[in-house]
Design a protein around this ligand. Sequence first.
Ligand SMILES: Cc1ncc(COP(=O)(O)O)c(C=O)c1O
Length: 463
Amino acid sequence: MTNEDVVSQGVSGSKVAGNGCVGQKSKENFARAQVVFPDGTSRVTIERDPFPLYVERGVGSYLFDVDGRRFLDLNCNFTTLIHGHAFVPIVEALTRQLQRGSCFANPTESEIELAELLCRRIPQVERVRFVNTGTEAVLFAIKAARAFTGRSKIAKVEGAYHGAYDWAEVSLAATPDNWGDPTAPKSTAFYSGTPASVLDEVVVLRFNDVEGVRRLLSVHAHQLAAVVLDPMPSRGGLIAPKPEFIAAVQEAARNNGILVIADEVLNLRQTFLGASARYGLVPDLVTMGKIIGGGLPIGAIGGRADVMKAFDASAGRPLLPQGGTFSANPLSMTAGLAAMRHLDHAAFAHLEMLGNIVRDGIGRAISNRGAPLCVTGATSLFRIHPMVQIPNDYREAHPTPAGATLMKQLARFFAENGIILPHGAVASISTPMVRADAEFVVDAFVGFLDRHQDMLDAIEGRG
Ligand SMILES: Cc1ncc(COP(=O)(O)O)c(C=O)c1O
């Protein structure tokens, strides 16, 4: 079923949100969940305003909650479902694989096929290892860089999310109170109890800070194994990298024997070749996840054959032993293959066309009203910020309290109007979406501007 079918048929009498239904069943589920989960959820990232929407099923880019309401899903499990929900080729391939078994302590041909596709497609990826999450992919890439260079420190960008490895979490949630001098960002703990030694082992860079990256990478050169860089960090603001910043990272790393790890767990979806190719980054290692699993858990480390040799156990114990009960399980491999095979050049052109409609439409509405907002992103990704100037980095993208409240109100307004707009995360376009869906998003945004002039005035202090 396509998105057009979902919208025109309404699917089993479902209601568009905002028709007076309050989500009673979701509310009851959340009360039950409080008894068995700390705070009622299994992920800190679950949105609850004031309770999460419990999902009954997803079809294309739409999902249906347990109260029978229909939403256009711009979250798509945190950008994972690039083909939307229940994509037929994935469902069929998975059904066939399930009938043959779900996991084995032996390799299967499907892992070779998915690795071949990635090696063929993604520049610099000559060898691959599969794991189960993006967190693990980053963790093993950092360990591989340490094993290869014999150094222990890493450098990373302030505010950039790379999963839950202690070192990768440093300065993820830095605030104006603790982030330190603009020219010497502090390493800040993400969770209470972070070992001080972890903070000492991470050099924090500011995104798009050309001079800072040159200086900090050369000061710490002999201790740094790698610089971990997401070319467009989502939590950092989904801000475009300046070409001179990418060039500075590349040059400083190369001159100092530091490996470049491109974390493309989220941004691999930007183009057929991934994100580094789009922004001129030439990494030594690439971490992947999300879309390459077709909706099943996955992570992958890819890169230069000589660096990936750290994983090589053919001559005995490798520099970096890596296992994992479910690593390269045939279900994730099969779903990932079906997803990636359908991501051809036409699919990327379609995603970019819809992304442009949404970003341009939102941008036009902002300038027509003189609203104190801006929109960032590229291809199939976008993010709205409560500020006039497009931010350059995480610090500039940090919202004021009034701005944060406005963004929450925006997500609430969208939900009331039948659209899931991630709050505090990026929104994504999926291939089943059609032009009418993109226009639906723009119309909802215009509706919000009409309705909330008072809050917009408060942001600018015009009230
Ligand atoms: C850039 C980046 N790296 C790593 C991760 C962690 O991936 P996972 O949630 O699969 O562990 C994410 C997840 O959003 C991510 O966006």
